[in-house]
Design a protein around this ligand. Structure first.
Ligand SMILES: Cc1cc2nc3c(=O)[nH]c(=O)nc-3n(C[C@H](O)[C@H](O)[C@H](O)COP(=O)(O)OP(=O)(O)OC[C@H]3O[C@@H](n4cnc5c(N)ncnc54)[C@H](O)[C@@H]3O)c2cc1C
Length: 289
């Protein structure tokens, strides 16, 4: 890392301008729990590292209206964990984030870094997609919002272009009778990457499912939103027949890699099982169990 320059940006404009001028040779630094490991192992060799932890907006947790949160891209898991209102509204998002590394890692690691790293197995990503979250992106002179399910292009690749930075994650206003959940399967119980991850976000009114979003991670080149799941679950009582139908759709949507941590068959089968378990967990949360 000896040739790498370091810039601690104080504003979003300063950060995106420096990134744009570097013509693809700069990386933003949030918690560094991915980036510093990648630099040390020679996977990434940026000429410029732009520290974005000191930018106020990127470190803020805001409730912009009742039950509607915007979380700065660099907010650490540990800090988000300390917000009781957010924890009550989005238990699945926090559940996913709490799986990332150890307590020490979570003291640094951010939701934004987990998303921008571009891993198909990033734990928070299926939970963010299920939540219906949007990425707020800044570039020189522009701001835009895009749904998280459109953020990834493939392993290690996102839609961010030179000079663009993730500023925040915008969560939809939370309704009553709604809950989310995230479960993952790993060969080891801790400090491992998901072999399959599943995020589910549902609303139930008078026993009928009125909203559902299902997302799978680590089973395809990028995290998936299972649109067909929504069509089948909404209007149902989430009975066993419905869950089995959607479980099959989840299995059919998988296009995973085959490696020592999980074969294609194994990952595919687990995706269907995890979908059911995650949905039942979210439903239990709505019922207050
Ligand atoms: C021991 C260990 C265990 C881990 N376990 C897990 C795990 O179980 N599950 C899991 O999902 N991950 C795991 N990780 C990976 C990592 O901790 C997470 O991906 C973390 O959320 C990354 O956040 P960060 O703030 O440290 O990102 P950084 O390392 O700072 O950045 C990651 C990437 O995103 C880019 N970036 C960061 N912020 C922005 C932004 N605002 N705009 C544009 N680009 C940006 C950086 O340039 C870099 O390319 C583990 C890592 C370690 C070291």
């Amino acid at each position: 890392m000896s040739d790498t320059q370091y810039l601690a940006a104080k504003t979003i404009d300063e950060a995106v301008d420096a990134h744009a001028k570097a013509n693809g040779s700069a990386r933003f630094l949030a918690g560094g729990t991915d980036l510093l490991v990648q630099i040390k192992s020679g996977i990434r060799k940026p000429n410029l590292v732009i520290d974005i932890k000191k930018i106020v907006e990127l470190n803020s947790i805001q409730e912009i209206s009742e039950n509607e949160f915007v979380i700065g891209a660099s907010v650490s898991g540990a800090n988000l964990n300390r917000n009781p209102k957010f924890a009550k509204l989005w238990p699945g998002v926090l559940e996913a984030f709490r799986l990332i590394g150890s307590e020490q890692i979570q003291g640094r690691a951010s939701l934004g870094g987990n998303l921008c790293n571009g891993s198909p197995a990033g734990d928070s990503v299926p939970a963010l997609i299920a939540a219906g979250c949007k990425a707020v992106i800044a570039g020189p002179g522009e701001r835009k919002e895009i749904p998280i399910e459109n953020f990834h292009l493939g392993p290690g690749k996102t839609i961010l272009e030179n000079g663009q930075m993730l500023v925040a994650l915008k969560f939809p206003k939370r309704n009553n009778n709604s809950a989310d959940a995230y479960l993952r399967m790993t060969p080891r119980t801790e400090m491992d990457i998901a072999v399959v991850g599943c995020g589910v976000n549902i609303s139930i009114e008078n026993g009928v499912c009125t909203n559902a979003r299902v997302s799978l991670g680590a089973v395809a080149p990028k995290p998936l939103l299972i649109n067909e799941a929504t069509d089948i679950m909404v209007g149902s009582s989430l009975d066993e027949g419905t869950l089995e139908k959607v479980s099959k759709i989840c299995r059919d949507s998988c296009n995973p890699i085959d490696d020592k941590r999980g074969t294609i068959d194994y990952r595919t089968k687990v995706a269907g099982v995890l979908f059911k378990r995650t949905t039942l967990l979210a439903a239990d949360r709505i019922r207050g169990n």
